[in-house]
Design a protein around this ligand. Structure first.
Ligand code: GDP
Length: 610
């Protein structure tokens, strides 16, 4: 534990905290980033903001400038703030480096008009799983009816201008959000009322359109980080670096975009990166960042650096990076370091994920953009209310070879011959092959959408099977013949019946059970051709209903007659074969009530003994 002196000393030597933005779609993640960045007003460049590869860097002066109304001048100790710039791609926010979180903290965006949404909860669970601290941005406050805009103002100042109605609506919605968080087992509170930071998560009301609350959000992020994460944020020589993305860039070949969390990288460093075909040992040819005046995603002119110090996002060019795996750690081989040892370390991340594949060898094939997102997805698929087994994994775009691997399930379990593609592209050849082989590809960039799609697919398969087997399935029922309701004795037999048990359906083969010399004998009567209830034609009838049925002999030569082959005291029961029972169990089990299923088991047993 550090004493005051120790903390002070360390605070002199901090790196920038790394922050990511998460939340449900359309809550305003992109807009919030734009607003923090100030892209619309061009003040970005002036304030020294630099756009990096996949991130934006806010230097301390810029944060000071923007938070001056909060009188926080002396309180900012970190050199800046690095915000990972990929909202919507939760795959990036689950990135890790050396087993710990890559992001030091997160902003969880919630739309004040909508409260917690499915993906908010998904993000929340990810953050909790990773033990990542976060701040809730309660966004879109300007949408409260009657809101008076005060551009870029601290939130308390902005609130002072609002009418009592706006404040009331705000309070109601805030309380509701706090309650919803509570339902998720989490204490939250407005940040300026929060006396137990750490135990209780802070909420900062914001507008990404007019900028209210943005100063508060920036200051809180920085202050909280430097207060509670001194150890993690202390600049170290030991390298901590994670591969964000593997990309082919014209003129540079395959490059890797990395987040340098701690330490420094130099041109000419010998590095090891985890590759899908084994460890990659190579030398850094160049360290690149976008030209300051260029828009982030414009690829072209890059600035070259001889040395880069944490925290930064950079592009590395080097030879042999084709099979690098996004989401894994990058290692620099020091002068006294053993290359073989470094190679082993480099592959550890990948191996720990490989161990999560289902041992039975039966399951779906999962493909994700980074190791981190793959881990998150595997974690989700394993959770108790999901439980989808996984037989194989891949990282990066879906290629033909992945389809081949998924296709191995076609023989064993058709529904598992499926690729769950999470936030990755599918090559045209892969799609074509999948179509030809009958492998299903399900794509999504939100985990729970993938889950919904897979469930939808399972349902479709089930429906298909039902259709195929519809003419062979037999539902269990026991019928009593009603007195004075024999309308036709034969050809066809028409009777009034009482459904004593089970479910009566059109198409069911009916039989009579007779005991002859202690031997049970079944006599087939025919199939139910139609059912009428109160003179209306129906498809089925359930227990305790009284209906009229028409029975037609299954084979023309085997016609039976009421009064001769059977009588008023005989019970009619559905005739099960073991095949029809199997179909019932496989495809219709969940449609039957408990009693109906009990009856099915009873009847099946009876016919089996015969
Ligand atoms: P994302 O999907 O979370 O990245 O959401 P976007 O940033 O794309 O925003 C979704 C929509 O909400 C866009 O039409 C934005 O203009 C709008 N929006 C975002 N933030 C705010 C806000 O604070 N106030 C209002 N009124 N609209 C917002």
């Amino acid at each position: 534990v550090l004493n005051e002196e120790g903390i002070k000393e360390k605070q002199e030597n901090l790196r920038s905290p790394i922050c990511c933005i998460m939340g449900h779609v359309d809550t305003g993640k992109t807009k919030l980033l734009d607003c923090i960045r100030g892209t619309n007003v061009q003040e970005g460049e002036a304030g020294g903001i630099t756009q990096q590869i996949g991130a934006t860097y806010f230097p301390a002066e810029n944060i000071r400038e923007r938070t001056k109304e909060l009188k926080a001048d002396a309180k900012i100790k970190v050199p800046g703030l690095l915000v990972i710039d990929t909202p919507g791609h939760e795959s990036f926010t689950n990135l890790r480096s050396r087993g710990s979180n890559l992001c030091d903290l997160a902003i969880l965006v919630v739309d004040i008009m909508h409260g917690l949404e499915p993906q908010t909860i998904e993000s929340l669970n990810l953050l909790r799983m990773r033990n990542t601290e976060f701040i809730v941005a309660l966004n879109k406050v300007d949408r409260l009816y009657g809101w008076k805009t005060s551009k870029n103002a601290p939130i308390r100042k902005a609130m002072k201008q609002q009418s009592i109605d706006v404040i009331n609506e705000f309070n109601t919605r805030l309380t509701s959000v706090i309650t919803q968080f509570k339902e998720q087992g989490l204490n939250t509170e407005l940040y300026y009322k929060n006396r137990e930071m750490g135990e209780t998560f802070s909420i900062v009301p914001t507008s990404a359109i007019s900028g209210e609350g943005i100063p508060d959000l920036l200051l809180l992020l920085v202050q909280w980080a430097q207060k509670t994460m001194v150890e993690t944020l202390t600049y170290a020589d030991k390298l901590q670096c994670t591969v964000l993305e593997v990309k082919v860039i014209e003129g540079h070949g395959t490059t890797i975009d990395v987040v340098l969390v701690n330490g420094a990288l130099h041109e000419g460093d010998q590095i090891v990166v985890c590759g899908s075909k084994g460890p990659i040992v190579t030398t850094i040819r160049s360290l690149l960042t976008p030209h300051p005046l260029k828009e982030l995603r414009v690829e072209g002119k890059y600035l070259h650096h001889i040395e880069v110090k944490a925290a930064q996002c950079i592009k590395i060019t080097a030879q042999g990076l084709e099979h690098a795996v996004a989401g894994t750690s990058l290692h620099v081989i020091g002068p006294d370091e053993d290359v073989e040892e470094a190679k082993k370390t480099a592959m550890e991340d990948m191996e720990s994920v490989m161990r999560r594949i289902d041992k039975s060898g039966e399951g779906v094939y999962v493909q994700a953009s980074t190791l981190g997102s793959l881990e998150a997805l595997l974690e989700f698929l394993k959770s108790p209310d999901v439980e989808i087994p996984v037989s194989g994994i891949g990282i990066g775009p879906v290629h033909k070879k992945d389809i081949m691997k998924a296709g191995a399930m076609l023989e064993r379990k058709k529904e598992y011959a499926t690729v769950l593609a999470f936030d990755v592209k599918v090559t045209a050849e892969a799609r074509e092959l999948a179509d030809r082989m009958g492998v299903k590809i399900l794509c999504a960039d939100i985990i729970y959408h993938l889950f919904d799609r897979f469930n939808g697919y399972l349902k479709d398969i089930k429906e298909e099977k039902k259709k195929e087997t519809a003419c062979q399935v037999v539902f269990p029922c026991v019928l009593n013949i009603l007195p004075n309701c024999v309308f036709n004795k034969k050809d066809p037999i028409i009777l009034g019946v009482y459904v004593a048990n089970g479910i009566l359906k059109v198409g069911t083969p009916m039989c009579i059970i007779k005991e002859i010399e202690n031997l049970r004998v079944f006599m087939d009567i025919g199939r139910v051709a139609s059912i009428k209830k109160n003179n209306n034609t129906v498809d089925s009838a359930t227990k305790d209903e009284m209906v009229a049925i028409k029975i037609i002999a299954s084979n023309p030569g085997e016609q039976k007659m009421f009064g001769r082959h059977f009588g008023i005291d005989d019970e009619l029961v559905s005739h099960f074969s073991s095949r029809s029972f199997d179909i019932l169990r496989a495809n219709y089990r969940d449609e039957l009530s408990r009693d109906e299923w009990e009856l099915a088991l009873q009847l099946e047993n009876m016919f089996k003994i015969q």
